[in-house]
Design a protein. Structure first.
Length: 274
């Protein structure tokens, strides 16, 4: 049961941990537009905490394939009214952003973790270091607008691992309290790439970081199982979560917190995972 001091807040995590997704956007692929009102967003965050989420991941800009970026001010106007109202000592708050100005404001408002899909933006790393915050480094080939056009790898496992290895020494020098890596399921990956990564998550284990998996409700499940709507992908989401935990993944990023938490509890009782 590790205890971390992240952005001046001491928080204990019980692994495996579920990270609940809170999209404060009108156009996210799964739940866009549902939580735009700050009061509704706060209620949803607290609901996910009550369902078992130990981390709430707040995002104010959609990164679905083909999405367009939004301005700093627009993103701030979406995330800060929710972030400022959330308790900072009950669960971890992760801010999903690629913009230094948004990260700075979010950390000042009490966010504990920066979730960076940009692949290690220097300014974001410096801000995380300054605030002694947790940091999630995700692999992405291309940008959200074009990442799914035609992703190509020589060897997806070696290429993604090489990306993280190239960042390792710099991350060590920063002395961040905790780092997690995310292989970026659906971020510049074909179905075959996604499956190869999820079958071999243990390949990415390292003393320098923990591993986070974000496979929830994504289109790889549709391509594999003919599940065209995000709501129809619960079974695939939970299956991938449990398979990843058996490989040492620490954090599952999930839309369906209650169901994911329940599945993990049962799997632990049945000794399917530790």
């Amino acid at each position: 049961m590790p205890s971390y001091i992240l952005n001046d807040h001491s928080i204990e995590l019980h692994y495996p941990a579920v990270m609940g997704i809170l999209n404060l956007t009108p156009d996210s692929f799964s739940d866009g537009g549902q939580f735009l009102e700050p009061a509704i967003g706060v209620d949803r965050a607290l609901q996910m905490y009550s369902e078992g989420a130990q981390i709430i991941d707040i995002g104010g800009e959609s990164t679905r394939p083909g999405s367009e970026p939004v301005s700093e001010q627009e993103e701030l106007s979406r995330v800060l009214p929710v972030l400022e109202q959330l308790p900072k000592d009950q669960f971890l708050i992760s801010l999903d952003t690629t913009k230094p100005a948004v990260a700075q404001a979010g950390l000042q408002a009490g966010a504990h973790i920066i979730n960076d899909i940009s692949g290690g933006e220097d300014e974001l790393l410096d801000l995380a270091d300054k605030h002694k915050a947790g940091y999630i480094l995700m692999h992405c080939q291309g940008s959200p607008k074009n990442m799914q056009d035609a992703p190509i790898y020589n060897d997806v496992l070696k290429d993604v691992r090489s990306f993280f290895n190239q960042k390792k020494e710099h991350l060590k020098k920063l002395g961040l309290p905790r780092i997690w890596i995310d292989p970026g399921i659906g971020f510049g990956k074909s179905l075959e790439h996604n499956l190869a990564l999820m079958k071999n998550l243990s390949y990415f284990r390292d003393d320098s970081w923990g591993i986070l998996l974000g496979s929830s409700r994504k289109s790889w499940i549709d391509h594999l199982c003919d599940a065209p709507t995000s709501e129809s992908r619960l079974g695939g989401s939970i299956a991938s979560a449990l398979a990843s935990l058996s490989q040492g993944v620490e954090i599952i990023r999930a839309h369906d917190v209650l169901e994911t938490t329940q599945a993990i509890k049962v799997a632990k009782e049945l000794a399917l995972i530790e």
